[in-house]
Design a protein around this ligand. Structure first.
Ligand code: ATP
Ligand code: MG
Length: 566
């Protein structure tokens, strides 16, 4: 490619809303341009990078015998009604009607569509397993599109779906996909971690996320100091604490606690560790067909993990409840507790099971109970509601958990039979009996990966593309195109590299050297051969973007030298 003919609109200024390096540099260097909130155009350089990542994914999928398909982006709403997801997805689903008033949805993910393809086609165990995938535009009307390609509304996803006769075979495929995803991220030169993830309301028997480690990541993950364990904070577990504070000595009693409402106030009032307080968190749970106030109880020293809590009541989401709403519903904010509470759904954290010597609200203004033995409660639902903290123990070894930030670039999921049951996708097993297909689903954010690569590979001058992602590997910069010697060497090298299969661009623009150099740094080609004044001494320079160094080399060996490096 010739720079003079290329459409690479570089700019000094970044979009005003650009906060992340990837958003700033991909925009400034002319890889992408914004159309509207969460909508982006890929310009020639951006398209090249996108294609490269897609190629890597395709290669790794083909190695696992996954087959590529391409499904319609516009999907009939009936399929979403059949699966019951039309409500669950809420406003993220973009719906519209065609001229015949039929309702459609722009595909945000394609489980329904894929099940629809295989139902009545995969009808015998002999046709299983089957893994079908696509790399395709998705649309989600995100509440807060931001960070450029990181959280767009229209974006490119690789979505794969596998079908099996049983769980065992699903597990095998799940592991094979995990390995394939690992290889993809390794080829992209990304520092990542595979972590346990929240499987959400869909259930299923497990899911994992692929997290690219970056301070700019929107997800918090807990990782172990010793072993491989890592989990999204939404799903992270911890070991039982061994350092238990000394228990207060008190018989069961009601105690006047005037205006003492918070855990901190209670703790200093009684001189008792928050560990022995029952924390009551009231939330309004929103369901498809209504809402209700729910009480979550946990130890005062713990915090509620909202995603765990949302799953515990199978809600679409939890929202805060105001004190006025609580009063109106007959509750007493600041003094609510699990004893004698009526007419409200209560969920208890596992760590309250058999807890003793506890202090909790008495559901009466200015009163708390002390010396409460939780085992007196009957018909109680216990589940894990706790958000793990830094310093908590690893659930698998004696290591310690700490937080780090991650960008979710992939999510692989053992779905089981949820969709095949809902959409009646069945096959005949070896005994001739009808069974629902067992499914796995494997998503990867292809366009988000472009941003993730730059989040990990940039400096204050611009992008630093890695070997397999660079839009062009080599840039041949002719400092002064009016200098015939410089230009003819440039052209000669350009042709030689092109003939050797190197992805090369020649900067033959009528611009000053400084301007061209700034572009080379901003765009981030891995290597630039600078043909400049030093040619008078038969030398050229090789600029290595990653290390930001320039090496003087003899012009006559430059071709062989660079081929060696590449
Ligand atoms: P997130 O938690 O970031 O919203 P998600 O859990 O909704 O992601 P999935 O439904 O698992 O995402 O989709 C599979 C992959 O698609 C994600 O791992 C992510 O890499 C990518 N992805 C999801 N939403 C977006 C988006 N708005 N913009 C770009 N990529 C996205
Ligand atoms: Mg996810």
């Amino acid at each position: 490619m010739r720079f003079s003919k290329a459409f690479i609109p570089t700019a000094k200024e970044a979009p005003t809303d650009a906060l992340l390096a990837s958003h700033i540099f991909l925009s400034r260097a002319g890889f992408i341009s914004q159309v509207a909130s969460g909508l982006y155009n890929y310009l020639p350089l951006g398209k090249r990078v996108l294609r490269k990542i897609e190629n890597i994914i395709n290669e790794e999928m083909q190695r696992c015998d996954a087959q590529e398909v391409e499904l319609s982006f516009v999907t009939p709403a009936e399929l979403w009604q059949e699966s019951g997801r039309i409500e669950k997805f809420g406003k993220e689903l973009l719906r519209f009607r065609d001229r015949k008033e039929n309702l459609f949805v722009l595909g945000p993910t394609h489980e329904e569509m894929m099940v629809n393809i295989v139902r009545n086609r995969l009808t015998s165990y002999k046709q299983l397993p089957m893994n079908l995938y696509q790399i395709k535009t998705k649309f989600r009307d995100e509440a807060r599109p931001r960070f450029g390609l990181m959280r767009a509304r229209e974006f490119v996803m690789k979505d794969g779906y596998s079908f099996h006769a049983d769980e065992e075979d699903l597990n095998r495929e799940f592991n094979s996909m995990q390995e394939a995803y690992k290889r993809i991220l390794e080829r992209l030169d990304l520092d990542f971690r595979i972590v346990e993830a929240d499987s959400g309301a869909i259930g299923g028997s497990g899911s994992k996320e692929l997290m690219v480690i970056a301070d700019s990541g929107e997800d918090t993950i807990a990782i172990c100091s010793k072993c491989e364990y890592g989990a999204n904070i939404e799903a992270a577990k911890r070991s039982k604490s061994t350092e238990i504070p000394e228990a207060p000595e008190a018989d069961f009693n009601k105690f006047k606690t005037p205006d003492i409402k918070s855990i901190e106030q209670l703790s200093s009032f009684f001189h008792v560790d928050a560990y022995y307080m029952v924390k009551t968190v009231a939330k309004r749970a929103i369901y498809e067909d209504g809402d209700e106030i729910v009480f979550f109880f946990l130890r005062g020293s713990d915090d509620l993990q909202e995603v765990k809590a949302t799953n515990a009541v199978n809600a679409l989401e939890l929202v805060d409840v105001s004190e006025d709403d609580l009063l109106e519903a007959g509750f007493i904010p600041g003094f609510m507790g699990p004893l004698d509470i009526l007419n409200v759904r209560c969920i208890f954290d596992n760590e309250l099971e058999n807890a003793d010597s506890m202090i909790c609200g008495a559901n009466e203004v200015d009163y708390h109970y002390v010396g409460v033995d939780m085992s007196v409660l009957k018909d109680v639902v216990f589940t894990d509601l706790v958000e793990v903290k830094e310093g908590d123990g690893c659930p698998y070894c004696d290591g310690v958990l700490s937080y780090t930030k991650g960008i979710e670039v992939g999510h692989i999921f053992k779905l089981g039979t949820t969709y095949s049951k809902a959409l009646k996708a069945e096959f005949l097993n070896e005994k001739g009996q009808s069974e629902p297909l067992v499914m796995g689903t494997y998503g990867m954010g292809v366009s988000r990966l472009i941003a993730a690569v730059i989040e990990q590979h940039h400096d204050d001058k611009g992008c630093i593309w890695t070997k397999e992602t660079a839009p062009y590997t080599l840039n041949i910069m002719v400092s002064n195109i009016k200098d015939e010697a410089q230009l003819s060497l440039g052209e000669e090298l350009y042709n030689k590299f092109k003939d050797s299969g190197v992805e090369v661009i020649i900067d033959d623009r009528k611009e000053r050297f400084g301007f061209k150099m700034k572009d080379a740094e901003l765009i981030g080609f891995p290597y630039t051969i600078i043909i400049g004044k030093e040619l008078l001494n038969s030398n050229v320079q090789l600029y290595i973007r990653k290390t930001d160094e320039k090496i003087m080399l003899e012009a006559k060996n430059i071709f062989e030298k660079v081929i060696d490096i590449l």
